[in-house]
Ligand binder design. Structure first.
Ligand code: GDP
Length: 435
């Protein structure tokens, strides 16, 4: 999807605009622990066009002197990752040297830049805003923090200017797999280990949706595409350690994939950023495989090491319990084919469709044996079920009193579906509806 980034000096009002753009829609990060505290990303839409908004202000520091550091990183991030950039200025503070520097970086980027002057609440301020023409710009938009007006015109233009050329996927229909994870967990090492085994099977297709690279893998009877955004295998100009940046990339590759391999460093364990990636994959209903890498570095491997490690992860990810967890070494290539095989199983499970007759034949007796608890003397009867024709498994159960079917019973239903039909590593959606 298209990405709109908001950049500007600290305190010009970036997060105010961000929140306004997101008002109508829940921030995608809200349900994801950890990222929640700083709401950096959100989905928005305008005139029926969806897009992602980034507030690059999460690392704001109250000091213009840091321009060469934090702000330039922030601008570089926007330039690298975004489709369109909103450059915010503030009429109260007027034009500063930093604004000139930021604008210079943006101008060189060749991305569409929308200049937005904030806090224009009166005719006097309208006049004052003309000062910003000194940047050498043709046009700016004004926003009023008092009335909230001005976003409509801005969004009309941004959405209008989104690239219209539909990207043609050269690997349409093949499984798309991404390796996500924190910096230095070994993503590139695994990618290379898989591909280096036989160079001539590799096909890189660059220049797809903004720099994402797809590599076709076809070996040992498996054919799939590794999705790698913004050159995971080439080191970026911007510090790889910037959490914001790597999460950003993960979001993009996750949206584009069927299966997400979440890679964790065995020496560090499952950390909050892993939870964020997990949350994103789950929320986007992608297949998930957890790979604990650098297992070669764990010296003290007693009989329970794997079991304990696995338990510590499962305790943190909660309900969704049948996600495969593998222990590998990308460096020594130990068990890396198992990663491929498992990802393919998850892929197949995710697109599996259960015949309606089979589904009812299996599930109705289960419901009869263990019906939902009666509510105030009213019995709930589940009469019929179907799987929806969606990319990931979603089931609808028709019953007389769906409002009385509570969360524990939904989980019971999900677990029964997993047990009976096998949906390894795949998020399942279960709905109860009135017949
Ligand atoms: P990325 O940032 O996730 O792509 O991580 P890299 O693939 O660049 O790996 C970061 C560092 O970890 C490099 O020095 C790798 O050699 C090292 N590394 C990766 N996988 C393993 C592994 O399985 N075992 C060990 N011991 N080191 C690894």
């Amino acid at each position: 999807s298209n990405i709109v980034a908001i950049v500007g000096r600290p305190n010009v009002g970036k997060s105010t605009l961000f929140n306004r753009l997101l008002e109508r829609r829940e921030a995608i990060v809200d349900a994801t622990a950890g990222v929640t505290r700083d709401r950096h990303y959100g989905k928005s839409d305008w005139n029926g066009v969806d897009f992602t908004v980034i507030d690059t202000g999460g690392y704001d520091v109250n000091n213009d002197d840091v321009f060469q550091g934090e702000i330039s990183k922030q601008v570089q991030l926007a330039v690298d990752e975004a489709t369109s950039i909103i450059f915010m200025l503030n009429v109260e503070e007027g034009l500063t040297d930093t604004d000139y520097e930021i604008y210079e970086m943006l101008r060189r980027s060749n991305k569409p830049v929308y200049i937005v002057v904030n806090k224009v609440d009166s005719a006097k301020e309208e006049l004052a805003a003309t000062e910003f023409y000194q940047l050498g710009i043709e046009k700016y938009y004004t926003l009023s923090s008092a009335t909230g007006s001005g976003t409509g015109d801005l969004l009309d233009d941004i959405v209008n200017d989104f690239p219209t050329t539909e990207y043609k996927d050269p690997f349409e229909g093949l499984p798309k797999i991404t390796i996500a994870g924190r910096p230095n967990v070994g993503k590139s090492t695994l990618t290379n280990a898989l591909l280096d085994t036989d160079r001539n099977i590799v096909t890189d297709v660059a220049g797809t949706t903004r720099d994402s690279i797809q590599t076709l893998y076809n070996k040992f009877g498996h054919e799939f595409v590794l999705v790698d955004t913004a050159g995971m295998r080439r080191k970026s100009k911007v510090s790889e350690d910037l959490e914001f940046y790597s999460v950003m990339r993960s979001i993009r590759s996750i949206e584009f994939s069927d299966v997400v391999i979440i890679m964790v460093d065995a020496t560090l364990g499952w950390e909050s950023q892993d939870m964020n990636i997990f949350g994103l994959a789950q929320k986007n209903r992608k297949g998930i495989v957890i790979v604990v890498n650098k297992w070669d570095l764990i010296e003290d491997k007693h009989t329970n090491t794997v079991r304990d490690f696995e338990k510590s992860i499962r305790d943190k990810i909660g309900q969704f319990s049948d996600i495969p967890i593998l222990f590998v070494s990308a460096l020594t290539k130990q068990r890396i084919l198992k990663v491929v095989e498992t990802a393919m199983t998850v892929y197949e499970d995710r697109k599996k469709k259960i015949k309606t007759s089979k589904l009812n034949e299996v599930m109705l007796p289960i419901f009869e044996g263990t019906p939902p608890p009666a509510n105030k003397g009213k019995y709930i009867k589940i009469k019929y079920c179907v799987q929806l024709p969606t990319p990931s498994p979603q089931f609808v159960f028709f019953c007389n009193l769906p409002q009385y079917v509570k969360e524990p019973y939904k989980r019971f239903t999900e677990n029964q579906l997993r047990k009976e039909f096998g949906f390894t590593g795949v998020p399942i959606e279960v709905y109860f509806r009135q017949k």
